[in-house]
Design a protein around this ligand. Structure first.
Ligand code: ZN
Length: 449
């Protein structure tokens, strides 16, 4: 993915942006690369040889971040184009400040062959707004019975490096061990959706005081923690890379902290919603009780879990933020709780939620946000050309963000095809003003170009 497609020879001068929230500087972009960083840059054709006059982007008061990278996006194509397509999902990604996303494999057909991952990769190339890295399924049809063609997907044009049955857990320990062994050959990683299926049969929400009061089948923390424990041990045993999707409990954090203390190659992600929302919203929220907008897998947990997750993201136990953007059409969400689909959209609110949960609370500065929303996910996914510092010679994947505004979330203008956001009407800080993919603006003045 390091071919520089779509640069279009755009030359730009970003004036007065605070790089990683620090001192303001001008950033000159030529041919899709950062050409110069300094003060009082003019970038005109008379100043230095170049193809012509540059477009000026005024960025006073804005923060410049490296383009965000998502390890966990459901783009739904092929199969559920009524919920999202690669085109609409990458538009939503650009509006959220993302320049690369990983497309999860639980499509229809499942992305378990070179053919399907190449189809998704090509659709991403055609959309041109955000690089799309397909995730390959671990098992054929996500059935958990035999390994998919991991090597063929790795060798395909899509160059798959992340493998996941997300939506389902690879619960068979022998299959998980084989997958971890297999991906070592091409520096891949298995991203586990940690959910012991027998412990979560029929589960509807976090198992605890609220589920007891509401009479909904509980989803115990141990169902997540048991799989994470097992898989850390397996990854250490075979000497392979393990990534843990959407960590949601304080106990999981403790296990990952222990695994990392042993020097094992384990990484983990947390979603924005698990950093902000709690299970008591199911009982009582501005949107009423039993509102399926809060139904998600893994479920929203308790305030103590949220505090532990924030602390873990701050201290590096959890490496990165991943959206788990999970679009669903209205009819699949606006139904009774038990029948509703699980999942929330998140690409267009991720940075705002992270600002609210982590920056406004003093737990992270903007350099910390850049590490956890761009550099770390690019490293884990082996995404070349993304997650790089804003520095001369680097690809100009840059997001300009205004942290000073605050407004109630209104999904009416979202680029996603779906509207299942839990934040509607909630005041959140920040606004993505511009996104540049290899120097080409995909969003300017908050609008898609
Ligand atoms: Zn999942």
């Amino acid at each position: 993915m390091d071919e520089r497609n779509g640069t279009g020879g755009h030359d730009l001068l970003i004036k007065g942006a605070g790089i990683l929230g620090g001192q303001s500087a001008d950033i000159l972009i030529r041919g899709g690369l950062v050409a110069e960083i300094g003060h009082g840059l003019e970038g005109g054709p008379t100043e230095r040889p170049g193809p012509g006059p540059v477009e000026i982007v005024e960025a006073g008061g804005l923060i410049a971040l490296p383009g965000l990278v998502d390890l966990h996006t459901h783009l739904r194509e092929p199969g559920r184009e009524d919920a999202e397509t690669v085109e609409t999902g990458t538009r939503a990604a650009a509006r959220g400040g993302y320049t690369a996303v990983h497309a999860m494999a639980n499509t229809d057909p499942v992305a378990d062959t070179a053919g399907v991952v190449e189809q998704v990769w090509r659709l991403g190339q055609e959309s041109g707004r955000c690089d799309v890295r397909p995730v390959g399924a671990v098992t054929v049809g996500l059935q958990g019975e035999r390994l998919a063609e991991l090597g063929a997907m790795a060798d395909s044009a899509a160059q798959v490096r992340v493998f996941s049955d997300d939506g389902k857990c690879v619960w068979d320990a022998v299959l998980m061990r084989r997958a971890l062994e297999y991906v070592k050959a091409f520096d891949g990683v298995v991203a586990q959706h940690a959910q012991e299926p027998r412990l979560t049969a029929g589960a509807q929400m976090n198992e605890g005081a609220v589920s007891g009061r509401l009479g909904l089948t509980g989803w115990p923390a141990v169902a997540e923690e048991a799989i994470i424990s097992r898989d850390c041990l397996l990854a250490a045993h075979v000497g392979s890379r393990l990534h843990i999707c959407h960590v949601s409990t304080a106990g999981s954090v403790e296990i990952i902290r222990w695994a990392k203390s042993k020097g094992w190659d384990v990484t983990a992600e947390v979603t924005p919603h698990h950093l902000l929302l709690t299970d008591d919203l199911v009982e009582d929220s501005p949107l009423g009780s039993y509102n399926p907008i809060y139904k998600v897998n893994p479920p929203l947990r308790t305030r103590a879990d949220v505090e532990a997750l924030r602390e873990a993201l701050a201290d590096g136990t959890i490496d990165c933020v991943a959206t788990d953007h999970a679009p669903h059409p209205v009819e699949d969400k606006e139904t009774e709780w038990a029948a509703a689909a699980m999942g929330m959209i998140g690409l267009e609110t991720a940075l705002a939620v992270v600002q609210e949960a982590m920056v406004e609370t003093g737990l992270l500065d903007w350099a910390g946000v850049a590490e956890r929303m761009s550099a770390a996910p690019a490293r884990i996914g082996r995404v070349a050309g993304h997650g790089r510092p804003i520095a001369v010679g680097e690809p100009a994947n840059i997001t300009l963000y205004d942290p000073a505004v605050r407004a109630a979330v209104d999904p009416a203008g979202y680029a996603s095809k779906s509207r299942n956001t839990p934040y509607e009407g909630l005041p959140l800080p920040g606004r993505v003003v511009a996104t540049f993919l290899r120097g080409r603006p995909t969003v300017l003045d908050g609008k898609l170009t």
